[in-house]
Design a protein around this ligand. Structure first.
Ligand SMILES: [Zn+2]
Length: 213
């Protein structure tokens, strides 16, 4: 089994992390989150590494994580998301008051709605989907079990948590999601968040001032 590789690239007007995932010697590539205006940088990375984008896994429906998806999707790229954010994927303009004025926001067509507990596979990796609402209704995280790395969107950041004051957000719900679905992962799990640096589950359990285990 070849090992998983991933690269985080900070993109878009408010510095959103997109992650490209692939395996040594294979061409297939998954993109986790598609910030606005990400096309050029994503495509040049794919070209450099000789990769082909097959899937886009969107952690949630906020514009800074998905407004670039349609511009990349000129081939048959399989897009997944969570149904509880459907309205934001399909009518992104409802969030325009929270976006950068004048930014173009194309709706995103989700091919497959995934649910909590569902298992995805990417090449030979097993990936568990966990539904973590609170920042928004439909934030999902992708836990690569054997590699022990988890892509979490805006649920938790290094020593911080996602905003819970946006429409559909709620602090109690967010706290519950983190306690139940993030702090229960192995301590050594690497957390790759939607903004800022990576961290680990063990580090956040010790140092995150917002959610104490
Ligand atoms: Zn967000």
């Amino acid at each position: 089994m070849s090992s998983l590789k991933f690269k985080g690239i900070e993109l878009g007007p408010i510095g959103t992390n997109a992650y490209l995932l692939w395996k040594e010697g294979r061409q297939d590539c998954v993109l986790i989150d598609a910030p606005p205006e990400c096309k050029e940088e994503i495509n040049s990375f794919l070209q450099e590494e000789n990769l082909v984008l097959r899937e886009m896994w969107l952690t949630h429906g906020h514009w800074d994580h998905m407004a670039g998806a349609e511009s990349l999707n000129d081939k048959n790229i399989h897009v997944i998301g969570h149904e509880d954010d459907r309205v934001m994927f399909e009518q992104p303009e409802i969030m325009s008051t929270f976006a950068i004025p004048g930014l173009r926001m194309e709706p995103v067509k989700i091919d497959t709605w995934v649910a909590h507990g569902e298992e995805l596979s990417f090449l030979d990796s097993e990936v568990e989907v966990r539904h973590c609402p609170g920042h928004c209704p439909g934030n999902i995280i992708f836990w690569f079990k054997n590699e022990n790395v988890c892509f979490v969107g805006d649920v938790i950041f290094r020593e911080s948590v996602g905003r819970y004051d946006l429409p559909g957000g709620d602090m109690d719900t967010l706290q519950h999601s983190i306690l139940k679905h993030i702090y229960t992962l192995p301590d050594e799990t690497v957390i790759c968040p939607g903004h800022g640096p990576t961290t680990t589950v063990g580090y956040e359990k010790m140092h995150n001032p917002f959610v104490r285990p």
